[in-house]
Design a protein around this ligand. Sequence first.
Ligand code: HEM
Length: 134
Amino acid sequence: MHLVPSPEVPVVTLFERVGGMPFFAELTRRFYEQVALDPVLRPLYPADLGPAEDRLRLFLAQYWGGPTTYSELRGHPRLRMRHAPYLIASAEQRAWLSAMVGALDGMAVADDDRAELVAYFEMAATHLRNAPDH
Ligand code: HEM
């Protein structure tokens, strides 16, 4: 018996297509610039946004096929559990999404990659909602 060689189809991840870590660094920098100014979101976040920005950058890079530094530092993402301390109703969900889509809007990214990112952010923000409207 011999192993059938697998076809040599290179897998190009979204992480690579958008330009790797610099893309996620800029995206999360722009996102947190908006968080800093957002009256709904700002009170939820710690005084120092720098470490939060690092966590989000590393998580997103890992999710889209980049280095696994996030899990090496933080373990399994378990995002529902990690968001449990924050009240996330539709206003918070909307504010988060609009800060993220706003951050993405100013960046050079191909239409289909942008659509993939936005669909994921919408899905994830819906999944992380944990409170009825208040
Ligand atoms: C739905 C609205 C959301 C709100 C209000 C929200 C709020 C927060 C807050 C207050 C933190 C703590 C900041 C820190 O110290 O790290 C946090 C952490 C985090 N959030 Fe969100 N978030 C939302 C959605 C999302 C989504 C959609 C994602 C992923 C696509 C995400 C990914 C993360 C990650 C990776 C962390 C750090 C987790 C860790 O401790 O390692 N969040 N979020």
